[in-house]
Design a protein around this ligand. Structure first.
Ligand code: NAP
Length: 246
């Protein structure tokens, strides 16, 4: 397949967390670019509606269910017969609690969604991608995977861990034809924050100061749409509140 920069026709993209704030905008952006999509999410109704609108396939399930994640491979092969061109590990779980009040169950859930599932999905496809000599794994990280914030024990552990996996893959994949990208946004105004009402707290950024989900979607699109010979290994995106949203 000949891939042209800025044009995703012929690209097959597997995207997790497609029902979320970033995921929905990203799915729409990739769809506009002409990509064929398989979308993963938990909320069946929202996911089916999005998939129908974009002419995509929906796979509904919970990423904390290891058997469900293991079964995704066969369901994607049913549709495409081969590994995706691009896997975007976007789904994410967030917790905000002091370490001393973080329940083990919450810690495990966040690590499972943010670290174990991306490992499992990348591990499911990497042998095929390596054999084919092409493919692309995009991991959505976070500023909290580089800098510590109080209350982020579980989330930071997961995102630092994911960045560790990314950096190992940068080294292992060099020269293989398989690309790896780390997207690292600061706070993004999405439903992830709904439980915490950041506009009423002084310890969290106000929603108006956060990035818009489209900024993250554009960064992912940019990384995917590069020519075959170019790998964007890392994109760090920070809000510029003084300038207002872009
Ligand atoms: N928002 C931010 O400030 C921010 C900043 C930096 C990085 N990020 C990262 O950006 C990515 C997207 O986050 P977002 O802001 O768009 O959050 P969001 O609106 O809360 O969306 C999260 C997505 O992940 C899915 N998800 C969560 N737990 C799941 C599970 N157990 N099984 C399957 N899917 C699950 C959600 O499904 P449901 O809709 O069914 O819950 C949803 O589709 C995440 O990796 C997040 O860590 C976010």
């Amino acid at each position: 397949m000949t891939k042209t920069r800025g044009e995703l026709s012929g690209y097959r993209v597997l995207l997790t967390g497609a029902t979320g704030g970033v995921g929905r905008v990203l799915a729409e952006r990739l769809g506009q670019g002409g990509a064929e999509l398989v979308l993963l999410g938990r909320g069946a109704e929202a996911l089916e509606e999005l998939a129908v609108r974009l002419g995509a396939r929906a796979i509904v399930g919970d990423l904390t269910d290891g058997e469900f994640v293991a079964g995704v491979r066969d369901r994607v092969l049913d549709s495409w017969g081969e590994a995706p061109d691009v896997l975007v590990n976007n789904a994410g779980a967030f917790e905000l609690a002091p370490f001393a009040e973080t329940e083990l169950s919450a810690f495990e859930r966040v690590l499972t969604v943010n670290l174990r599932a991306p490992f499992q999905l990348a591990r499911a496809w990497l042998p095929d991608m390596l054999a084919r000599g092409s493919g692309h794994i995009v991991n959505i990280g976070s500023v909290a995977g580089r800098k510590a914030f109080p209350g982020n024990a579980a989330y930071s552990a997961s995102k630092y861990g994911l960045r560790g996996l990314h950096e190992v893959l940068v080294e292992e994949l060099r020269g293989t034809g398989v690309k790896i990208t780390w997207i690292e946004p600061s706070a993004v105004d999405t439903p992830l924050w709904d439980r915490f009402d950041p506009d009423r707290r002084t310890d969290l950024p106000a929603r108006a100061e956060m990035l818009a989900p489209g900024a993250v979607a554009e960064a992912v699109y940019f990384a995917i749409a590069q020519p075959e010979a170019v790998c964007v290994e890392e994109i760090v995106i920070r809000a510029n509140p003084a300038a207002g949203r872009r």
